[in-house]
Design a protein around this ligand. Structure first.
Ligand code: KG4
Length: 310
């Protein structure tokens, strides 16, 4: 990554085919496969970017949140590289990386803005105050939205990873099934997705012949409405009229279409390139650049923090 915006290489070594047969990520298998992949991926990235270690100003691994085994593989490898090559080490919060996917897609985007962060482990509305300062305005109180997509897909028999499969099947259905939305009091911008997830599971079990495409379309529409209600609250409260989407679920085609409708209400909407929505190293490097420029440095005591907060 050069100057936080220009991607020199972004190698993605996916483990999806390995985990597919288990219906979800198996943490121990994920860590082992990280160990096998990391040297190969690093060499390929350097080669493709046409850089050597002497050209590198900072090594910026993510240290959380996430699965501890997988985090430790990347972090230990990064610490070893930084130590051996005498390059500064700068830790990055994984969620900060998802926000930064937008800086790569839109060269003109600068804070402040609101970020709707939607991934397999997190759902948050974030006030991005600067490149390195964040305030979480609302968050899920139970399941992350990606988790709900994956569970719904599993129940209706679509398999893992569920999000893209629900997205595809929903295109063939009508959103004509009423599903519950959880409302908290007016002051909060928090979410809950466990109720709708359970409702879909119960509906499917009680009525196995239910039209699955309709069920997927209805689920997608209801969770999108829930998200958008809180996003609108956030724009009203903060008076910020720029929003950016982030995280794996922001690849959802229905959501992208619905969010872009907000432009008609005077809200500027940014969404990362599809290949930058799901986990990737370029977004972490972009966030790392901004941490480095803000003066952050870590030492070899940096540890993995599975539940790291923004
Ligand atoms: O951000 P991400 O790659 O990993 C985490 O850091 O969690 O997000 C993965 C999540 C999974 O739950 C996956 O099902 C979901 O993003 N996802 C989607 C779509 N593509 C990926 N959900 C809905 N529609 C999609 N097109």
């Amino acid at each position: 990554m050069r100057n936080g915006r220009e991607v020199l290489s972004n190698i993605i070594d996916t483990q999806i085919p390995i985990h597919e047969k288990y219906g979800g990520v198996v943490p121990e298998i994920a860590s082992r496969n990280h160990i096998e992949a990391i040297s190969r991926v690093t060499k390929k990235a350097l080669l493709e970017a046409k850089v050597e270690f002497k050209d590198i100003d900072a090594i910026t691994p993510t240290y959380g949140p996430g699965l501890v085994g997988a985090l430790l593989v990347g972090l230990s490898y990064a610490k070893a590289l930084a130590f051996a090559n005498e390059i500064p080490l700068v830790g990055v919060n994984h969620i900060q990386g998802h926000v930064a996917a937008n800086y790569i897609t839109y060269q003109d985007l600068e804070p402040p803005f609101l970020c709707v962060m939607m991934s397999g482990g997190n759902t948050q509305i974030i006030h991005v105050k600067s490149y390195t300062e964040f305030e979480v305005l609302g968050k899920t109180r139970d399941d992350a939205i990606g988790e709900a997509f994956d569970k719904v897909a599993r129940v209706v028999g679509l398999g893992y990873p569920g999000g893209p499969k629900v997205d595809k099947l929903a295109k063939e259905g009508q959103a004509n099934i009423e599903l519950p939305k959880t409302h908290f009091d007016e002051d909060t911008m928090d979410f809950s997705f466990s109720g709708i997830k359970t409702a879909v599971i119960n509906l499917h079990h009680k009525n196995p012949d239910i039209n699955q495409a309709d069920l997927c379309a209805s689920f997608q529409k209801t969770v999108t409405e829930t998200l958008m209600e809180n996003v609108k609250k956030a724009t009203q409260k903060t008076k910020i009229k720029t929003i950016a989407l982030a995280g794996g679920v922001s690849a959802n085609s229905y959501m992208r279409k619905e969010f872009s409708e907000l432009e008609k209400e005077g809200i500027k909407v940014y969404m990362p390139d599809l290949k930058l929505c799901t986990d990737n190293a370029a977004m972490i490097a972009s966030a790392g650049y901004y941490n480095y420029m803000a003066g952050y440095r870590d030492d070899l005591n940096l540890n993995a923090v599975p539940n790291l907060k923004l």
